[in-house]
Design a protein around this ligand. Sequence first.
Ligand SMILES: NC(=O)c1ccc[n+]([C@@H]2O[C@H](COP(=O)([O-])OP(=O)(O)OC[C@H]3O[C@@H](n4cnc5c(N)ncnc54)[C@H](O)[C@@H]3O)[C@@H](O)[C@H]2O)c1
Length: 262
Amino acid sequence: MELKDKVVIVTGGASGIGRALSRRFAAEGARAVVVADLDGDGAAAVADEIGGLAVATDVSQEASIQSLVAKTEDAHGPIDLFCSNAGIAIGGGVEATNEAWQKIWDVNLMAHVWAARAVLPGMLARGEGYLLNTASAAGLLTNIGAAPYAVTKHAAVALAEWLAITHGDAGIKVSCLCPQGVRTPMLLGGLDANDPSGNVVLAAGDMIEPEDVAEAVVQGIRTEQFLILPHPVVAEYVRRKGEDPDRWIRGMRKLQARVTGG
Ligand SMILES: NC(=O)c1ccc[n+]([C@@H]2O[C@H](COP(=O)([O-])OP(=O)(O)OC[C@H]3O[C@@H](n4cnc5c(N)ncnc54)[C@H](O)[C@@H]3O)[C@@H](O)[C@H]2O)c1
């Protein structure tokens, strides 16, 4: 699909990858870019810059996503591409609180369910539409030191796969974006706080810029590719994990020991 003349929503559009996507979609000639974020001022700043529409949205609330979709359709008509990109990082293991698990579950998984639930009926009726869900390489592999993040990103990948399989024949395109380290406030904030998950991402590979991710996304949407991997090496890691999971886990233990000094 080409972005020109399309109506696009980007959640998490005020910062990092979502801001880069919003800017790039506008540069590609999208008819409308709707910048949705919990940070309403940040969304407004990006929307002002690109001539888009800002909608303050909390993707952890289904009603907020429904309202985002309704406002977009009222202003611009049917949605061609919904980028469900907002996400949060929570570290720790099973000891992380139930509240923390629930919060990250709602933002990193249920937001994708609610977005699809809101736009799919219209897309299916029109026989076309595109869902782009931002997961992470952590959803294909893991994230040392951050079980809530790794688990919810795995769930996001599983949902994207299921949507692609179930609705592909009805004209619905699905892409799942799975980067490793990207230089954004999410990652840099983690690093500043000496968060082990941030250090692991750095140790695991190259940090790229949000604009590099936007380039990979535009190319991936153009070719309607399911898995968009801005770090191509991730495909090789996934292949190795699939071939020999025990060897992969041993390798991840070594990486963990190296990163945590254990
Ligand atoms: N930065 C990385 O290294 C990296 C790697 C892989 C995947 N990702 C994923 O990319 C996506 C974007 O992350 P980023 O790195 O650009 O982070 P970021 O922190 O720069 O941007 C995330 C944006 O999401 C918004 N947001 C958070 N909770 C929200 C909510 N409940 N409702 C609406 N908006 C909300 C924030 O306000 C922020 O503007 C996330 O899903 C993240 O998990 C990031």
